[in-house]
Design a protein around this ligand. Structure first.
Ligand code: ZN
Length: 175
């Protein structure tokens, strides 16, 4: 028999509705290659199962994440981007439930940031010292620094930079 797959329909054994093939998940073990339940019935069935078996559902989730760390990270990134509010709320709850882990995470984060900052300062201070006395070059450097996002952090880290900023950048702003 020759048939057009696109228009072929099938009756869902659960809800009894006749729906197009695209409304059924594939199942190679079946003679027609389709799941006997339509997609919406399958989804409802799965949701009911999850509700009735929350522990098993969590356990499956844990196993899947462990077996597919890359996919999980990717899915999580997408979810977090689409649900910033929920993501914040989840982080807040996690911090409350895991205060020690959260403190360690914060320490790691702060250490990383302060290392980044001090390496930027190390990069710039010698430049200032080298240019000491060359007012034109110092002014140019101050302008470049002022445009940088991390400028305030740099000022906070180094008196030399703050001094430079006051002398050449803020002074000019006031004038
Ligand atoms: Zn159905």
């Amino acid at each position: 028999m020759d048939f057009d797959e696109a228009v072929e329909t099938k009756r869902c054994y659960k809800c009894g509705e006749v729906k197009p093939r695209s409304e059924f998940y594939k199942d190679r073990s079946r003679s027609d290659g389709l799941d006997p339940r339509c997609k919406s019935c399958t989804k409802a069935h799965k949701a009911a199962w999850r509700k009735a078996n929350p522990e098993k559902h969590r356990e499956y989730g844990r196993k899947w994440r462990k077996a597919n760390p890359e996919k999980h990270r990717e899915r999580f990134r997408k979810w977090a981007k689409a649900n910033p509010e929920k993501h914040r709320e989840r982080k807040r709850k996690w911090r409350k439930a895991n205060p020690e882990k959260a403190a360690a995470q914060k320490r790691r984060h702060n250490r990383k940031r302060s290392m980044e900052r001090s390496s930027r300062v190390r990069e710039i201070v010698p430049e200032i010292l080298r240019l000491e006395g060359d007012h034109v070059a110092l002014e140019q450097l101050a302008h470049t620094l002022a445009k940088r996002k991390d400028f305030r952090n740099l000022c906070w880290m180094s008196a030399d930079i703050e001094d430079l900023a006051v002398r050449y950048y803020y002074k000019e702003e006031e004038l």
